[in-house]
Write a protein that binds this ligand. Structure first.
Ligand code: RIB
Ligand code: CA
Length: 312
């Protein structure tokens, strides 16, 4: 079976690290490159962290590009309170052996979309959507060349995490999210409604660590730092492992259920800025612009994640 070509746009972030590791461990996907965006921590760190992760996986061959260092039209909001100062707290930071690729992430995405067969490249968005919106604004011709955007972001029944009504990735750059959701590109959305059902319980982290290889041990260390914030906030055993749901969708979509809905982004109200208004019950006639996942088989998800990371 021909591997699915993907570009991962990311703001590592421990959960981004889990997503990148899952992709690099899975022969079903071909990672054409990784593009870093400012989000959980500033761009200088997200672009370094992405290369730390590829090196930990023994995949320093993967190209990493730096993209936007701030949202389209707002100041950057970061999440060190969740991810720590480095963005990958839990592992000792190091300077990766491979430097960043020259050029802007958006230009890499544009050039790749134009070079590959139309409809063959999937964009996997794990952070604020600034890089992808920049691509659409700079080169609208490439929008039709994208196979699908699979993104972690938003929330509806679960509310928000950075504000009562907004999820972090959308909240940081709501204008970028609006550009993406209005673009007409096929979108699959992994909101908090589904990511809050995949918790890094003690038993699951112990199973991951028991793989014994470098990537699994590093991931277990990162999760033990990352989960503490959400465990205190939600009173749960473990925290939600958001971003790898994007890659799991590509590998085993049957573990998810959801429906096509209209999704609109709040960009005007300060109170509800970044809210994803999901017309789950179809009370409007607005176009169904996204497949929204709501349920997931969490055991199947972690069985996949743990087995695959053990291969690295
Ligand atoms: O709200 C969770 C999302 O925000 C995840 O992608 C996490 O990495 C942060 O970017
Ligand atoms: Ca992320």
């Amino acid at each position: 079976m021909t591997p699915r070509k993907i570009i991962i746009d990311t703001d590592p972030g421990q959960d981004d690290a889990a997503a990148i590791m899952l992709a690099l461990a899975s022969p079903e996907v071909d990672v054409l490159g990784i593009t870093a965006v400012a989000g959980n921590v500033p761009l200088a760190l997200t672009s370094r962290n992405a290369r730390m992760i590829t090196e930990i996986c023994g995949r320093a061959d993967i190209k990493v590009f730096a993209g936007a260092d701030k949202p389209l039209r707002r100041n950057l909001v970061t999440a060190e309170h969740v991810h720590g100062k480095t963005g990958l707290d839990g592992v000792e930071p190091f300077e990766p052996g491979r430097p960043l690729e020259p050029g802007h992430a958006a230009d890499f995405i544009i050039e790749t979309l134009r070079a590959e067969p139309a409809g063959s490249v999937t964009l996997c968005a794990l952070g604020p959507l600034t890089n992808i919106a920049t691509v659409f604004e700079k080169s609208p011709d490439v929008v039709r060349l994208i196979k699908e955007i699979v993104l972690m972001g938003g929330g509806f029944f679960e509310g928000g995490n950075i504000t009562p009504s907004a999820e972090f990735n959308i909240y940081v750059d709501p204008e970028a999210a609006d550009v993406v959701f209005q673009s007409g590109v096929p979108i699959t959305m992994m909101p908090l409604d589904v990511t809050h059902k995949v918790l890094t319980t003690r038993a699951r982290v112990d199973r991951l660590r028991a793989n014994g290889n470098r990537a699994s041990m590093a991931m277990a260390d990162m999760l033990e730092f990352f989960e503490r914030y959400d465990e205190q906030k939600y009173g749960t055993d473990g925290g939600p492992l958001h971003d790898p749901t994007v890659i799991a969708w590509l590998l085993d979509p049957a573990m998810f259920t959801g429906r096509k809905c209209n999704v609109e982004i709040e960009t005007g109200s300060e109170l509800t800025l970044g809210a994803t208004v999901i017309d789950w019950w179809k009370v409007t006639k607005r176009p169904e612009n996204a497949f929204v996942a709501r349920e997931v088989d969490a055991d199947r998800f972690f069985d996949l994640l743990i087995e695959r990371l053990g291969r690295l």
